[in-house]
Design a protein. Structure first.
Length: 277
C-alpha cells in the first residue's frame, strides 16, 4: 500500500513521471497565482471539495459534494483511476490537502499522497516554482458510486456523545474546544464527551508530520482499546479533521469515522454544548 505522505526530495524524482498529477490545494487562489509548484493545478475548497449550502445547520460549512459531482471535478483536473496524485497546500496539509487526499481515498483511488511539509518544504528543497497556470487535459468523469471511507452523521454523533463506549475526537485548537474563543462559528464550546487532540500536534516545529511510530503511540493511547468503528473525528467543518485522519493513516491505523458537519453543524442545531453556559 502506498504511503499517504511523500517527502519533498521524492517528489523531485517523480516530477516527470507519466500519470503524475500535482494538485495545489492552497485556500487562497491569489497566492496560487503568485507562486506555486511547477505544473500544479489548483483546487478550491468551496467550489471543488464542498457543496456549500445556504444553511450550515444542514451539513456544516463544508459538506461533501455528491460523488458524481466530485467525479466530474476529477475528470476536469485530468485525474483518472491510473493517476498518481500528489497534493499539497501552504498549511502543512491542513488547508485543504488532507481533505482532497481523504476524498480521493474515499472513492477508492489507489495512488494519492500528500506532500509532507507542503509548499514551503518543496521550495526549500529546490522544486521549481513559478506563476504559470497549467491547462489540465480534461478526461471523462471519474466513475465512482459512493463514499467508501467511514463517516458519521449528526444523529450518530449525538448518540455517541452520551455513550461511554465511543470516543469523539475534536481536532480544533484548545481555546476553541474550551469555549474561550470562536472565530468562525456562532457559538463557542465543544460536543459533550469529546476529547481534544489538536491537529497541529500531528506536526513537528518545521511543519512535517511526526514520525510514524510517534503518531501510532499517540493515537493508540487516545483510542484506549476502542476499534476505529467506535471513534469519530471532527473539527469545525470537516476539513482539518482530515489532517488527523491522514496522521492516523500514516501511523498505519484503521480510519475512524469522519463527522463532516462537525462543530459548524452541531452548534447550529440546539444541541447540548460543553462547557455548559
Amino acid at each position: 500500500m502506498i504511503n499517504p505522505l511523500i517527502k519533498p526530495e521524492a517528489l523531485h524524482q517523480l516530477a516527470k513521471t507519466q500519470n503524475l498529477v500535482l494538485i495545489d490545494a492552497q485556500f487562497s487562489y491569489s497566492n496560487y497565482e503568485k507562486e506555486h509548484l511547477d505544473g500544479a493545478i489548483h483546487v478550491n475548497l468551496n467550489k471543488d471539495l464542498s457543496n456549500v449550502g445556504e444553511n450550515p445547520a444542514q451539513g456544516g460549512r463544508h459538506p461533501l459534494p455528491s460523488v458524481s459531482a466530485f467525479g466530474d471535478t476529477l475528470g476536469k483536473l485530468g485525474i483518472s483511476p491510473e493517476s498518481h496524485v500528489i497534493v499539497y497546500d501552504d498549511k502543512s496539509a491542513a488547508m485543504s490537502a488532507a481533505r482532497f487526499w481523504w476524498m480521493l481515498k474515499a472513492i477508492g483511488h489507489k495512488k494519492v499522497q500528500v506532500l509532507n511539509g507542503g509548499f514551503q518544504a518543496a521550495k526549500i528543497h529546490g522544486f521549481p516554482v513559478n506563476d504559470k497556470i497549467p491547462n489540465p487535459q480534461p478526461l471523462s468523469a471519474y466513475l465512482t458510486q459512493t463514499w467508501q471511507l467511514p463517516m458519521a452523521e449528526l444523529e450518530e454523533v449525538s448518540t455517541a456523545s452520551e455513550k461511554a463506549g465511543q470516543i469523539i475526537i475534536d481536532v480544533r485548537e484548545a481555546e476553541r474546544f474550551l469555549g474561550i474563543k470562536e472565530p468562525i462559528d456562532l457559538i463557542a464550546g465543544h460536543i459533550p464527551g469529546a476529547i481534544n487532540l489538536p491537529f497541529s500536534e500531528n506536526l513537528d516545529e518545521n511543519g512535517f508530520f511526526l514520525p510514524k511510530e510517534t503518531l501510532k503511540e499517540k493515537y493508540l493511547k487516545a483510542f484506549n482499546g476502542k476499534t476505529s468503528n467506535d471513534i469519530i473525528v471532527h473539527c469545525g467543518s470537516g476539513v482539518t479533521a482530515c489532517h488527523t485522519l491522514l496522521a492516523i493513516a500514516h501511523a498505519g491505523l484503521n480510519s475512524p469515522k469522519l463527522y463532516v458537519g462537525s462543530w459548524s453543524e452541531w452548534s447550529r442545531n440546539d444541541l447540548p454544548i460543553a462547557p455548559e453556559r
